[in-house]
Write a protein that binds this ligand. Structure first.
Ligand SMILES: O=c1[nH]c(=O)c2[nH]c(=O)[nH]c2[nH]1
Length: 312
């Protein structure tokens, strides 16, 4: 007889691709393009893993159908903001099925930028600008199952693959020196990274979070990331990816009360000046003009930044 126990379980449908179009009467149209992952958990699903009992299993196919059903039947504004749509799907699942204790919904967006010609946005034509990708994850849990009245909601959003580069105004000096340190001080260097940024929202009731300005927070976090990278003099004077990361996150915490903490993962993609001295050419330090990007390895700088009261 099996004696192992289930420590955790979650099942559902991943990569549900759904595109929602909103058609306004004047011809202006909007589009949201999502890949949705929906996962259900609850103690009563255990027998589906241990006893081959499917009676309570909401088929992953039905979960997929629910995503399309809600994309069609919810008011447009609850679908077009990914955070709101993720919370709606998760709340629908825990409300509909008494035996579902937790529903976890992750949405990865495919950002379509509206085309603009002579300054005016095109009513229905879009293009993809870069690789930067916005996502969100809502986890709705019943606190007193099977009753769905009391629920907690944890919401996290972020973006990844935002690639940035600057050709000066970065340095890295005065670091730990010992017999293993061969890197010279770098008073002026190229800096490039592929930003992963994510932020947790202040824990709230499902109802309260819906009034959060999710789109503004996303664009604000992105603007703070770019502005701190390009313009903040502290990132130049103190000079490290660590400092730049802290400034980026601190700005977003100051701008948005609804954000509880901000996590960044910043690879330091190295661009080293190519040594041309054997060819009789000066290309190091202040003479550097020709660089060799290094694919691997990269530095990798991470931190979660929060307001003082939240420090563990
Ligand atoms: O900004 C940096 N932080 C580091 O910790 C580090 N280490 C290193 O070799 N180069 C850099 N650059």
């Amino acid at each position: 007889m099996e004696s192992s126990i289930i420590k955790s379980q979650a099942y559902g449908k991943d990569r549900v691709r759904v595109v929602r179009v909103v058609r306004h009467a004047d011809g202006w149209q909007e589009v949201a393009d999502y890949s949705v992952c929906c996962l259900l958990s609850g103690d009563q699903f255990e027998t589906s893993y241990t006893k081959g009992d499917n009676k309570l299993v909401v088929a992953t196919d039905s979960q997929k159908n629910t995503v399309y059903y809600l994309a069609k039947t919810l008011p447009a504004e609850k679908v077009m903001v990914p955070e709101v749509f993720a919370m709606e799907i998760a709340k629908f699942m825990v409300n509909k099925y008494a035996h579902v204790t937790t529903c976890r919904v992750k949405i990865i967006t495919k950002p379509w930028e509206r085309m603009a010609f002579t300054g005016a946005g095109h009513p229905h034509a879009f293009y993809r600008e870069g690789k930067e990708t916005r996502w969100t994850e809502a986890v709705v849990t019943k606190t007193n199952p099977p009753s769905a009245i009391a629920q907690t909601i944890q919401l996290t959003s972020g973006f990844y693959d935002l690639e940035v580069l600057k050709t000066t105004n970065s340095s890295f000096t005065d670091f730990w020196r010992d017999e293993l340190a061969t890197l010279p001080d770098m008073p002026d260097r190229m800096l490039s990274t592929k930003v992963l940024c994510q932020w947790k929202f202040v824990a709230n009731t499902a109802v309260g979070l819906e009034n959060t300005p999710f789109n503004d927070i996303y664009s604000g976090a992105k603007r703070n990331t770019l502005d701190a990278f390009a313009n903040d003099p502290r990132a130049w004077v103190h000079a490290s990816v660590q400092t730049t990361l802290y400034i980026m996150a601190d700005r977003t915490l100051n701008d948005f009360a609804a954000v509880d903490d901000v996590y960044y993962a910043l690879p330091n993609i190295h661009y080293f000046p190519f040594d041309l001295s054997k060819l009789g050419l000066k290309n190091l330090a202040s003479d550097a003009e020709v660089y060799m990007p290094i694919a691997d390895p990269s530095g990798f700088i991470t931190a979660t930044i929060s307001r003082p009261a939240n420090k563990l």
